[in-house]
Design a protein around this ligand. Structure first.
Ligand SMILES: [Zn+2]
Length: 212
């Protein structure tokens, strides 16, 4: 384990590294942020958002929670998305899940997990929506992995249901919503190629909040 005191030593080393070639690095960083990307991912410590995307401080607006969920009554994620769309004008919103997700596994375990029950129920709902496909997959780890992908897809749909996202897209043609999965066995990010335009068109039959 890295000691508590060691963290502050490492911080000083990091500051020295960042200012080695640019003495004003932090002055510039402090001025403003203008990220093009909003990343919604899992809290899992093995999936560090900036690092896996190769992005520097200031380039990525981040929201993380257990199992990368976009629940429509979660003020935290809703505030984050609204701020990113309305004030930061992000061009892309990414929902990124990962294989071996403990949250997804826990959701499918038949035990009482206390306060996690209502949170993880969203994943059981994803399973129910796709149970015909999932029940056909006999290999358990493959079934979990597919559930991880379908969970990402459903959370992308939840992002597209949001009024600020729909309105911004009609006016500016962005943000585009993407679904990704990170494979920690290889370090590779996989684009699920969510058909954003089609999902938007389909769900606006019911969830149209644009007032147009
Ligand atoms: Zn996870």
């Amino acid at each position: 384990m890295v000691s508590y005191e060691e963290i502050f030593e490492r911080n000083k080393q990091w500051v020295a590294k960042m200012t080695r070639n640019d003495a004003d690095y932090f002055e510039k960083l402090a001025k403003d942020q203008n990220p093009d990307y909003l990343y919604i991912g899992c809290s899992d410590s093995r999936v560090p958002a900036n690092e896996i995307m190769g992005l520097e401080p200031g380039e990525l607006f981040v929201h993380r929670n257990v199992a990368n969920l976009v629940n429509n009554t979660d003020l935290n994620v809703m505030a984050c998305i609204n701020y990113a769309v309305r004030y930061l004008h992000v061009k892309h919103i990414i929902v990124c899940g990962h294989y071996n997700c403990g949250g997804v596994k826990a959701a499918m375990t038949p035990v009482d997990l206390g306060i996690l029950n209502p949170w993880l129920r969203t994943i059981r709902d994803v399973y129910r929506l796709h149970q015909d496909e999932l029940n056909k997959i006999t290999d358990e780890s493959k079934r979990y992995n597919r559930l991880v992908e379908l969970n990402v897809q459903e959370q992308c749909i939840n992002v597209i249901k949001i009024a600020s996202v729909q309105k911004a897209y009609i006016e500016k043609k962005y943000p585009i919503v993407h679904g990704w999965v990170f494979d920690m066995h290889t370090g590779i990010l996989q684009d699920l190629h969510i058909d954003f335009e089609k999902i938007l068109k389909d769900i606006q039959q019911i969830y149209d909040l644009t007032g147009k």
